[in-house]
Design a protein around this ligand. Structure first.
Ligand SMILES: [Zn+2]
Ligand SMILES: [Zn+2]
Length: 165
């Protein structure tokens, strides 16, 4: 197996094909594996979510036995393995729990627990965006009044009348 990482442009075909996809619960899942399989990787960027899902899938995910220190608030509030930032800090700073970078979070923290909070946030977002006003067309501008013509006609008549001897 090649140890080269990220080589996606190799020309030769893959030598070995699994006839079935790898399943980590093939021989009866342990409680730990079952728990890892159910894990929701929230508060993570696309990359880190992929890494942790990969770890779970290939039985490399080792859950924490005790909370770890968060690199942001220095409290022992990190309860997920491989995470360096706790959920509240991730939420507040809008950073990924694992790499600590300001990335787009795939599954927002607590999205499955606190739906109301998310709804409030959505509403606020909509409000901030503002309502796009529809332009008001004034169709009356297309019509010209014929009153001016009538006025000229009247003047002419008056002039003719006055010029008579
Ligand atoms: Zn924290
Ligand atoms: Zn990340």
């Amino acid at each position: 197996m090649s140890s080269q990482r990220g080589n996606v442009s190799r020309s030769r075909a893959q030598k070995h094909h699994n006839t079935t996809a790898f399943k980590n619960d093939k021989y009866g899942a342990t409680a730990q594996v079952k728990k890892a399989n159910l894990k929701i990787h929230n508060g993570l960027c696309q990359h880190c979510k992929g890494v942790l899902e990969w770890k779970v899938k290939y039985n490399k995910y080792k859950p924490l036995t005790q909370p770890k220190k968060c690199v942001k608030c220095s409290q022992k509030t990190v309860r997920d393995a491989y995470h360096i930032v706790c959920k509240p800090c991730s939420l507040q700073l809008e950073i990924c729990c694992k790499c600590g970078k300001k990335e787009d979070i795939v599954i927002p923290v607590n999205s499955h627990l606190d739906k109301k909070e998310q709804e409030d946030e959505e509403r606020e977002k909509r409000h901030r965006r503002g309502k796009k006003e529809v332009e008001d067309f004034d169709s009356d501008d297309d019509y010209d009044d014929d009153d001016d013509f009538a006025g000229i006609e009247d003047e002419e008549n008056d002039f003719n009348r006055d010029s008579k001897p």
